[in-house]
Design a protein around this ligand. Structure first.
Ligand code: FES
Length: 226
């Protein structure tokens, strides 16, 4: 399964939820498949799992802001579900998800029917362009974050295409977030995800081995190639 994935898609996202391994495959800019296996598929190959964040790096405040673009929701999903599972450890949770179209919004049913119904979880969906049958927000993620104007009393966690990350980081800084409050994953740079293809480097760092999660102050020590 993994070799097949590494050979073909444009992007590959991985996530864990309660011991299960999920891979999301993106081909030519569209999420085209979600497969599920077990952690044993990758063995020790996963050096850092984003789902570990709530226990480890996210300790500085209880309110959380998740921002996902396109297939970038895949790695955030496990963190979000972790926080939902241990709901009493966190305060308000805001989730911003953007995609090209309604059809490209990953996990739409779970978002609408489960996440949005949780206590003090606020979901904000947006699509890039207006379309028939969509009466929600229209516009790109960075502009939507600016429009929503979040208080900076929380930790922000981002994943999405590099251009989305760059412009959203600017908006968060403009809202007064410190660099220590913002985490992002460069997951979408990864191809094989296990240190074999050599295509995920940012400067001397391999995203799949040294990340993929970086705090903004760490990220700024890397070359501007992400
Ligand atoms: S994704 Fe292949 S080496 Fe990092």
């Amino acid at each position: 399964m993994l070799l097949q994935v590494a050979a073909s898609p444009k992007g590959f996202g991985k996530s864990f939820t309660a011991g299960a391994f999920f891979g999301t495959v993106c081909r030519r800019g569209h999420a085209c498949g979600l497969f599920e296996g077990t952690a044993e598929i990758l063995g020790g190959g996963i050096a850092q799992v984003f789902a570990d964040l709530p226990n480890g790096k996210i300790t500085v405040c209880k309110h959380l802001l998740f921002i996902a673009g396109g297939v970038g929701l895949a790695p955030l999903r496990s963190v979000i579900n972790y926080c939902r599972r241990y709901r009493d450890r966190y305060g308000r949770i805001d989730i911003v998800c953007g995609s090209k179209s309604r059809a490209d919004l990953l996990d739409y049913d779970e978002i609408v029917n489960e996440w949005a119904k949780d206590d003090n979880v606020h979901v904000h969906l947006t699509v890039d362009r207006a379309e028939d049958g969509w009466d929600g927000h229209v516009g790109f993620v960075p502009a939507y974050v600016k429009e929503l104007g979040f208080d900076n009393d929380r930790v922000a966690v981002l994943c999405g295409p590099p251009v989305m990350i760059k412009f959203t980081l600017n908006e968060l800084l403009a809202l007064g977030f410190s660099k220590e409050q913002v985490y992002t994953t460069l997951e979408l740079r990864m191809k094989c995800g296990v240190g074999k293809c050599g295509r995920c480097n940012v400067g001397a760092k391999y995203v799949c081995k040294d990340g993929p999660v970086f705090r903004l102050d760490e990220l700024e020590t890397l070359p501007d190639e992400y």
